[in-house]
Ligand binder design. Structure first.
Ligand code: HEC
Length: 125
């Protein structure tokens, strides 16, 4: 995925404290609902409500959310491009274990997204 290393990306999410605002399965302590939950990220059609959810757009978002969504409650955290690529690689593993990712920017109806897990309130790890 966009040249990133997902295991390093999991550690980026841990070390930058993304879990202070997000639910992120597999990241210890990432159980906050201040921002949107990031479970099943690969199945998300849109990013921050206005960009198609492609890996490249996610990398751009992680480096500079304020440029994409000015005044957003998500701060610029100063991720390098490599860190953003790694974090994006990790997020795109979520929800992709058994099901193919949803094509970026394609909205799907509830009956079109294929078989899915029951929503969870808290991540497993
Ligand atoms: C201070 C709280 C806060 C922190 C820390 C934070 N975020 Fe966010 N994040 C938000 C908020 C609020 C939004 C919704 C912003 C918007 O749509 O404008 C958001 C949006 C996102 C989105 C898009 C979500 C969607 O549903 O489209 C992703 C992906 C994301 N954040 C990843 C991260 C990652 C990875 C980190 C750590 C590097 C992080 N965030 C750190 C608050 C935070």
């Amino acid at each position: 995925m966009a040249g990133g290393d997902s295991e390093r990306g999991r550690l980026v999410a841990l070390n930058y404290g993304c879990g202070a605002c997000h639910v992120i399965p597999g990241v210890r302590g990432a159980v906050s609902w201040a921002g949107p939950p990031l479970m099943e990220w690969s199945r998300r059609g849109y990013l921050a409500g206005h960009l198609p959810n492609s890996p490249e757009n996610l990398v751009a978002w992680l480096q500079n959310p304020q440029a994409i969504s000015p005044g957003s409650a998500m701060p610029n955290l100063g991720l390098t491009e490599t860190e953003a690529r790694d974090a994006a690689a990790y997020l795109f593993t979520l929800g992709a274990e058994r099901l193919p990712p949803v094509p970026a920017g394609i909205p799907l109806g509830p009956d079109q997204a294929g078989q899915r897990e029951e929503p969870r309130i808290r991540p497993r790890a």
